[in-house]
Design a protein. Structure first.
Length: 296
């Protein structure tokens, strides 16, 4: 149970089967949980930052508007009508590419330069440190694409609480040292060290991405920034991708890829910062069965 709970804490109950209790995720959130971190998926990882539906193809619109109404064309002049021009082919022929010695793959516009990377990491670190307390709502999509919702509370350093809405019987709280998961149906409480979960980095009082984590990727696209990290000590398994607003660097959510390639996506909503929070919210008492085991 403890090993499965480690995977659970790493993915925010990603290891718990809540399919029967949770609802199927909306299409835009399911898309956000896809494995590849493309430019489109960065923008759709949080519901507040969606890529607008693409406009009708400009070439097709022009061709349609430029074509005369065939009912107005005199008989015998049908051949003189202009032929609509097909949209241009973006990719050049293979032999042309070989001639100029250029790669066939277009550059990824979400990739940032080294200078931009350092600036983004610093801004994200400062933004996390400025948020001492916060509360709001969260939407979670697990590896089975089922969705659950709830309320979260945060107090830096080290404290966070996730209250899941019914019928999910799960409560998760970090008290600065451990992360505890309470299952009210089974009347059990399991714990793992905070540093063994992605929350250890998220709740650090002074996050330094250059020293506290190994940064795998820094991407920016469509108004959001994505920072993917792993624990260099390997104590916390898997990958953590944090999603920030590219303008304010507010934390919008995150995605966890655990050691078994199971993905959990968390989106934050209606976040209020600088609020007063009862410190007892971050404490979960052990169950009576655990107390009996300790006494024996």
């Amino acid at each position: 149970m403890l090993s499965s709970f480690i995977a659970l804490a790493a993915g925010m109950i990603g290891g718990v089967d809540v399919s029967a209790a949770a609802s199927p995720a909306p299409a835009e959130i399911v898309e956000a949980a896809a494995p590849a971190m493309t430019e489109q998926e960065i923008a759709t990882l949080v519901a507040e930052v969606r890529v607008p539906a693409p406009e009708t193809d400009l070439v097709e619109v022009q061709a349609t508007e430029s074509e005369p109404n065939r009912s107005d064309v005199p008989v015998g002049e049908e051949e003189s009508l202009p032929t609509p021009v097909a949209p241009p082919v973006i990719e050049r022929p293979q032999d042309a590419r070989e001639t100029v010695g250029q790669s066939s793959e277009a550059p990824d516009p979400s990739i940032v330069s080294p200078n931009q990377r350092r600036a983004i990491l610093k801004e994200a670190s400062n933004a996390l440190a400025r948020t001492h307390t916060a509360q709001g709502r969260f939407i979670q999509v697990d590896q089975n694409y089922s969705m659950s919702e709830g309320t979260f509370y945060l107090q830096r350093p080290g404290r966070m609480r996730f209250e899941y809405d019914e019928p999910v019987p799960i409560l998760i709280a970090a008290d600065g040292v451990t992360v505890a998961m309470q299952d009210t149906e089974l009347d059990t409480v399991d714990r793992v060290p905070l540093r063994a979960t992605p929350l250890g980095l998220l709740l650090d009082n002074d996050v330094d991405f250059e020293t506290d984590a190994e940064v795998l990727r820094v991407q920016r696209a469509n108004g959001v920034v994505a920072i993917t990290v792993i624990d260099p000590t390997e104590e916390a398994e898997g990958e953590l991708t944090m999603i920030f607003n590219a303008g304010t660097y507010d934390l919008l959510g995150w995605r966890v890829l655990d050691a078994n390639n199971g993905e959990t996506t968390v989106q934050l909503d209606n976040v209020q910062t600088g609020v007063s929070i009862n410190p007892r919210l971050f404490i979960i008492e052990d169950s009576e069965d655990d107390d009996d085991d300790d006494r024996r």
